[in-house]
Every structure is written in C-alpha cells, then in structure tokens.
Design a protein around this ligand. Structure first.
Ligand SMILES: *Cc1c(COP(=O)(O)O)cnc(C)c1O
Length: 237
C-alpha cells in the first residue's frame, strides 16, 4: 500500500465500484469513511481535496486535538472506537455520528448530552459478531440475547438518538473470504432487529476495512471504514 493518498483513493474507488457491480449495487449506496487515526492533519486535507467527506477516529483525545485544526473543511466525523462513559460530552460535541455504541449506559449518556445541546445524534450499534473477548460490541450469543435485545429496546426509545443500523469489526483473518460469514451475520442480525423494531431505520451496515471491504460490500455494507488502503501503513502501536 503506497503513501500516495490520491492514487490510493482512485484504486479504492475503483475497487468499490467493481464490488458493487458484482453485487448488483450502486456505488452511491456506499459511504467511504477514511479512518484517520495516527494520520496528520495535512494528510487528511489531501483526502478531503480528493473528495472524501467522511472521516473516522477511534480515540476521543486524538480527535479533540485534530478536529479543530480541520474545522474549515467541515467534514462529517464518525466516532468508530469504544466510548468511555466519561467521554459522552466531547463525543457528542465533536462527532456527526457515533458508530460504536456498545451499551445502554453509554447510549443514555450520549442521549443526555444530545438533549443538552439540542441535537439528534445518529448512532450505530456495534455488534461483536465474532464473539471475541478482546472486542467491544453487544454480545450476540444466544445465551445473552435477552440481555442484548433488552438493551437495544431501551436505546431505540431514547429521544435524542437516532439509531441507523449496525457496525462491526470482523475477527482478524488471513484472507478476506474468512470475514464473509461475519458480515453476513451482521446483515441477518439487522434483518432480525428490523422485524423487532420496524419503526427504526436500520439502513446502515458499517462493515469492511482495508483488507476485506470488497467482501463486505458484496454482503450489503453501506459504510466501509478504510485507513491503510488510503493513507498507507500506520506506525506500530
Ligand atoms: C482502524 C480502524 C479501521 C480501519 O482499519 P484499516 O485496516 O486501516 O482499514 C476501521 N474500523 C475501526 C473500528 C478501526 O479502529
């Protein structure tokens, strides 16, 4: 993966278009979120100039430093990392959408802050489809389903949040095809939630990263979150 952002974006858009053709979908259905963790503001500007309008950050601290430096661009910022309970205020103040809502408690805190500032906050519910102990997201195992569906029921009732769908991070894999069952699982889960709460929109499936976004699009992704495919390799954490 090269460091030339403009060239990388061209390739990414071609690959999105090709995956859409295979799946009989329109590229307009796909929102590309450029994941900018560890990426310097000057490099984010290059992506903006190349037409990217949605950006994702996973840490509040880093986002709070960078977002003000790019305020003249007015992009949509997506929170894609776990939100700690004491961070609801900056998250509502900084981000257009929170993709990583993983508990009723954090949802209530976001709702409270959204009420204070007088806005409706679009959110996605993060699902731990791989049932990995190391990952955040709602537990989708049958044993925990009552608990999970009760939490979701309380979240969809919050007046200042607008639930728009689901997000997941598939388990680490050695080939993109290995992620397919997890993406399919997220789509089926969405269909199930839609039948339980038909008044909620459930339009979005945020799934697919640099190594597997084409498979995710074939399985119904409406949002793909790409970091390395656009900005090149990240420094090792
Ligand atoms: C880092 C990150 C991405 C992007 O990962 P790449 O492999 O660089 O495309 C997507 N989603 C989340 C939640 C992330 O933390």
């Amino acid at each position: 993966m090269s460091n030339d952002i403009v060239t990388n974006l061209e390739h990414v858009r071609q690959r999105i278009a090709a995956a859409c053709r295979r799946a009989n979908r329109s590229p307009e259905e796909i929102t590309l979120v450029a994941v900018t963790k560890t990426v310097a503001p000057e490099r984010i500007r290059i992506a903006w100039e190349a037409g990217v309008r949605d950006f994702g950050e996973n840490r509040v601290q880093e986002a709070a430093e960078k977002i003000p430096l790019l305020h003249d661009l007015a992009p949509r910022w997506h929170m894609i990392g776990h939100v700690q309970s004491n961070k609801a205020k900056p998250v509502v103040d900084l981000f257009a959408m929170v993709q990583s809502v993983d508990s009723a408690e954090i949802a209530e805190r976001l709702n409270r802050r959204a009420l204070v500032v007088g806005r409706t906050l679009p959110i996605l519910l993060e699902m731990n489809v791989g049932q990995e102990a190391s990952k955040f997201g709602f537990d989708v195992s049958p044993a925990e389903w009552d608990h999970t569906s009760a939490a979701i029921g309380s979240i969809v009732a919050l007046p200042c949040l607008s639930v728009q769908g689901l997000m997941t991070v598939a388990p680490i894999a050695t080939s993109p095809e290995q992620a397919r069952p997890y993406f399919r699982k997220l789509r089926l889960l969405r269909d199930r939630l839609r039948s339980l709460w038909p008044q909620v929109s459930w339009v979005h499936l945020s799934m697919g990263m640099s190594d597997d976004f084409e498979v995710a699009i074939e399985e119904g992704a409406t949002i793909v979150r790409l970091g390395r495919a656009i900005f090149g390799p990240r420094p090792v954490e």
